[in-house]
Design a protein around this ligand. Structure first.
Ligand code: PRP
Length: 218
C-alpha cells in the first residue's frame, strides 16, 4: 500500500505564515490543526490526500532526514546546525525571515573579535557557533541550552548568546544587544532524498506547486 505523503510543519509563528501558502496549493488542514487546545500532532487535510505532522521547528529536519516525513519546512538555522546529507533543499519559502546573531549585555563593553581567542556562549546552536568562531580563530566554549538563552548573561552562565533575532524585542526585554549577524535565516522546503527517488512524480508536483505559490506570494 502506498502511504500518503507526509509534510512536517513547524510549531509556532512560522505556521501562521505557512497556512496561506498551503491553502494556495489546495492543502486545507482539518479543523483540529487550528484548535490551540488540541494535543493532536498528525492531521488529515480536507481536500488533499497529504497528511501533516506538527513538530518542534528544531526537529523538522530530523523527521524528514530519517524518512518519518517526506517533505518539511525547516529554518536555515536548523539545516545548518544538523547538516543532514539525506536532505534535498529545493526551495527558499521566503517566510520566517530572521537572523542568527551573537548578542551580549548592553552594559558590557563590546569585545574586539580580532583580539580575543576564547568566548563562552550559551546557545541552541553549538555546531554553527563553534564553526563560525573557529574561522575567526576564536575557540567558542558553547553551553547548550534549548530555550531562554537570553537569561544566561544575567545569571552568569555566559556573557554571550547566539540565538535567533527577529524583531529584537526579546533581546531588548532582557538587557541584551545584537553585536554580530552570523547568518540571515529563512524557511526552506526540505525533501527526503530517498523518498524523492522512489516517488519523484507526486513529490515533484508538490514541490512545483510550492514553488508557484511562493512566487505568487512574493
Ligand atoms: C525565538 C528566539 C528568540 C525570539 C526572538 O524564540 O529563540 O527567543 O524568537 O524573536 P524577537 O527578536 O522577535 O523577540 P521563539 O519565540 O521562536 O521560541 P523558542 O524559544 O521556542 O525557539
Amino acid at each position: 500500500m502506498v502511504t500518503a505523503l507526509t509534510i512536517a510543519i513547524p510549531k509556532g509563528r512560522i505556521s501562521q505564515e505557512l497556512v496561506p501558502i498551503l491553502r494556495k496549493i489546495g492543502i486545507e488542514p482539518e479543523p483540529a490543526f487550528f484548535d490551540e487546545n488540541s494535543r493532536q500532532l498528525q492531521f488529515a487535510c480536507v481536500n488533499s490526500p497529504v497528511s501533516l505532522i506538527r513538530v518542534r521547528s528544531f526537529d523538522i529536519a530530523t523527521f524528514v532526514a530519517f524518512g518519518a516525513a517526506h517533505i518539511g519546512i525547516a529554518g536555515l538555522d536548523v539545516l545548518m546546525e544538523f547538516n543532514y546529507s539525506d536532505l534535498y533543499t529545493p526551495l527558499n519559502m521566503n517566510i520566517g525571515h530572521c537572523r542568527l546573531s551573537l548578542a551580549q549585555p548592553v552594559d558590557l563593553p563590546e569585545q574586539d573579535l580580532a583580539r580575543i581567542s576564547h568566548l563562552r556562549i550559551a546557545t541552541k546552536y553549538p555546531h554553527i557557533t563553534s564553526d563560525y568562531f573557529a574561522k575567526l580563530g576564536i575557540q567558542a566554549e558553547c553551553i547548550k541550552l534549548n530555550g531562554a538563552m537570553e537569561l544566561a548573561p544575567k545569571l552568569g552562565l555566559a556573557n554571550h548568546i547566539v540565538d535567533l533575532v527577529s524583531s529584537g524585542a526579546t533581546l531588548k526585554a532582557n538587557g541584551l544587544k545584537e553585536t554580530k549577524v552570523i547568518a540571515e535565516i529563512s524557511s526552506r522546503l526540505i525533501v527526503n532524498r530517498a523518498a524523492f527517488k522512489t516517488r519523484s512524480g507526486e513529490m515533484g508536483e508538490l514541490i512545483e506547486a510550492f514553488r508557484t505559490a511562493v512566487k505568487e506570494a512574493a
